[in-house]
Design a protein. Structure first.
Length: 184
């Protein structure tokens, strides 16, 4: 929230103490990041997830640098991976990011197995498109592009596949793949 000016967020109460109260739930936004008040808070820093900023939908968006031993860098040398965390996805307090960080860590620990799962369960039409383009279904073509922590039991892992779009793998809370779908 803006605590340095007289500007009030849309729907905010100008009488609230330093504009720190969430205009939706009345909570002190600096003490609790409920889904309704997270968009009013400034960037959040987490030791493993880095700096996360709220988007218009109340999700926290940031990025992590991934060790090259876990995932090779992009062609341009970038080792960054986008992470999105839905409100309440940590499984504990809405503003507690340790649960979400643990989910991300579990996915990174089983990244190679998730690539195998993605290829084994890719839709038949996606496979045919890949074969028609003369591109082999190689694990190396799957590049981790993003992690979307949806809930304590659901994480979407986006594998970029070059000109074929993206394969989205739904992963459960224990790190096992559950479904695969292509995203253009």
């Amino acid at each position: 929230m803006d605590t340095t000016s007289d500007r009030v967020p849309a729907g905010g109460d100008p009488a609230c103490h330093l504009h720190l109260l969430c205009p939706v739930c009345g909570a002190v936004a600096s003490e609790r990041l409920a889904p309704c008040c997270i968009r009013y808070a400034g960037p959040v820093r987490h030791p493993r997830l880095g700096v996360l900023r709220a988007d218009a939908e109340g999700r926290l968006v940031g990025g992590i640098d991934i060790d090259p031993a876990v995932r090779s860098a992009a062609a341009d040398g970038d080792g960054h991976c986008e992470v999105t965390i839905a409100p309440g996805a940590s499984g504990a307090e809405p503003g507690d990011l340790d649960g979400a960080a643990a989910h991300v860590r579990r996915v990174l620990d089983v990244l190679e197995a998730l690539k195998d799962f993605a290829l084994a369960h890719a839709p038949a039409d996606w496979r045919r498109s890949c074969e028609a383009a003369g591109e082999p279904l190689l694990r190396e073509r799957l590049f981790l592009g993003g992690l979307d922590v949806l809930s304590p039991e659901a994480i979407d892992v986006a594998f970029a596949c070059g000109g074929l779009g993206t394969l989205l793998v739904r992963v459960d809370g224990s790190g096992r793949g559950r479904e695969v779908r292509p995203v253009p």
